[in-house]
Every structure is written in structure tokens, then in C-alpha cells.
Design a protein around this ligand. Structure first.
Ligand code: PGA
Length: 262
């Protein structure tokens, strides 16, 4: 994993957006894996700016979102369909048929999940996956002990996740859906590149465990240590518990200019 520490979440997000933009410019038919939550918001804002001001073209891009709550209609304000539309899709020029988000209202979840995997494969696989990390180390909604080989399926949300996400449901834990459809860890690991983001002190312990701890199913994000092309963008607060923070900064500062993102 390449660890890139920036002063602020804004700087981190701009650097990550440059990686995504480069991917899309190099291959206008890129397949992007996208994430929801508060973490990627600044990255999406920067992609929107690049689209408006620097002609970043999404017209041939295909997207697959990581996850969706089970039981929320697509137009429910807290659905990830609504989130993506509001925070990215309606501001860029991606045609609706090229957008894929798990359907939390599907009557046949196993069949839907199989079909989702097939659609990813038919699109040629994911070129670049954007990821956040949960305070419990989850990626997508793959909670601790999720199989590293898992593919898209239904999962039960862990308690810390339900509590973290209650802030989007007027602080009411009882209103947070208990189940979701999520790409598996195996699905995520099949992406050719991964851009992971973590901001704020609340993520510091998970970041340290994921980057420097043992690779373990109890810390799903730690599997990224085995990914051949994973960049981890963290702000100072999220990086604050890394033992080797200075080492990552030194390595990054020593890279040739053309290899730098931040
Ligand atoms: P957050 O969630 O961006 O809202 O902190 C991250 C995640 O759960 O993956």
C-alpha cells in the first residue's frame, strides 16, 4: 500500500481526484467503482469541478457502486442511489444506463447479486475502485470477519456501523437499515487499482491497523496490503496513529515529480 499523507482532507481529496481524473483521461471508457459516506464527498466535488472547468468527460465511463441498504427505495433520501445522484451523477455527464448501484428493493437478492458480479465482469472489470474505511475497518459494507474471498451478497451491518450511520437518520439508531447488499472483499480486490481515503481522528485506529497491523479478517481493510496497486490517502488526523508516518512522508517526498499525486 502506498500511504499518502496530506495536511487536510481537502488536499487529500484533490490528490485522489487527480488519480481518478488521470484514469478517466487515459481510458475514457474506464470502469469506476464508487463509494458513499462522508469521506468521498470532497473527492466528488473536485471531480465535478474538473468536469465543469477542465472538460473531464464521463460520457463513456461506467460506474459500479459498492453497496446499498436493503429495504430503502431508490428515492429515499438516505439511499445510496439518492446520495450518488445528489453528490455526483447529476453534476457530471455520465449517461444513466452506465450507472450501476445495488438494488436494495430487489425481490431476489441472491440472483441480483450474481447478476451484479456478471455485469461488472461484462464491463471488463473495475479499473479503479474508490474506497472509504469504516471505524471498524470495513470496506464497502464488508464488516469484520467477512471472507476475503467474498463477492457481492447481503450482509448484516455491525453495531458500530449502525451507530456511525445513525447521524444520517436523524441520530436514530432504530431507523438505520440492518442489512445491505455489498460488493465482496474479493470483488474489491479484483479492481485493478484502489484509491482509499480516510479523514479525521475517528479513523486513526482503523487506518493504523489496516496499514501496519496483520492482515486479518477482523480488519477487512488490511487485505489491501495484498493489493498490487492500492493508494491510501489520509489527512494528518487519520494518519496520527501510524507508527511509520514519517517514513511514508519521506518515501513520498523522494518520489520523482511525475509519480506524485499530492
Ligand atoms: P464515512 O464512512 O465516509 O461516512 O466515514 C466510511 C465507510 O463506512 O466506508
Amino acid at each position: 500500500m502506498e500511504v499518502i499523507i496530506s495536511e487536510t482532507a481537502e488536499a487529500s481529496s484533490s490528490a485522489a481526484a487527480r488519480v481518478v481524473a488521470r484514469q478517466v483521461r487515459e481510458n475514457p471508457e474506464s470502469v469506476l467503482g464508487l463509494a458513499t459516506g462522508s469521506t468521498p464527498l470532497k473527492l466528488y466535488r473536485e471531480l465535478i469541478r474538473l468536469h465543469r472547468e477542465e472538460d473531464l468527460d464521463f460520457s463513456r465511463v461506467t460506474t459500479f457502486n459498492l453497496d446499498e441498504y436493503v429495504g430503502l427505495e431508490n428515492d429515499h433520501p438516505q439511499s445510496y442511489h439518492a446520495f450518488m445522484h445528489e453528490n455526483l451523477f447529476r453534476h457530471i455527464n455520465i449517461p444513466a444506463p452506465q450507472i450501476h448501484i445495488p438494488d436494495g428493493m430487489t425481490p431476489d437478492i441472491p440472483m441480483f447479486c450474481e447478476g451484479y458480479e456478471r455485469r461488472i465482469a461484462d464491463a471488463g472489470g473495475i479499473d479503479l475502485q474508490v474506497l472509504g474505511i469504516g471505524s471498524d475497518g470495513h470496506i464497502g459494507f464488508n464488516e469484520p470477519t467477512s471472507s476475503f474471498a467474498s463477492r457481492t451478497r447481503i450482509k448484516t451491518l455491525a453495531q458500530p456501523t449502525v451507530e456511525d450511520n445513525a447521524r444520517f437518520f436523524d441520530g436514530e439508531v432504530s431507523r438505520v437499515p440492518r442489512h445491505c447488499i455489498t460488493m465482496g472483499i474479493g470483488t474489491i480486490m479484483s479492481a485493478r487499482r484502489v484509491v482509499m481515503l480516510a479523514f479525521g481522528e475517528g479513523k486513526a485506529a482503523a487506518v493504523a491497523a489496516a496499514v501496519e497491523g496483520p492482515v486479518a479478517a477482523l480488519m477487512p481493510a488490511s487485505i489491501l496490503q495484498h493489493h498490487p496497486d492500492a493508494k491510501f490517502f489520509a489527512d494528518e488526523a487519520a494518519a496520527s496513529q501510524l507508527k511509520l508516518g514519517d517514513y511514508y512522508r519521506w518515501v513520498y517526498a523522494g518520489k520523482p515529480e511525475w509519480q506524485r499525486d499530492a
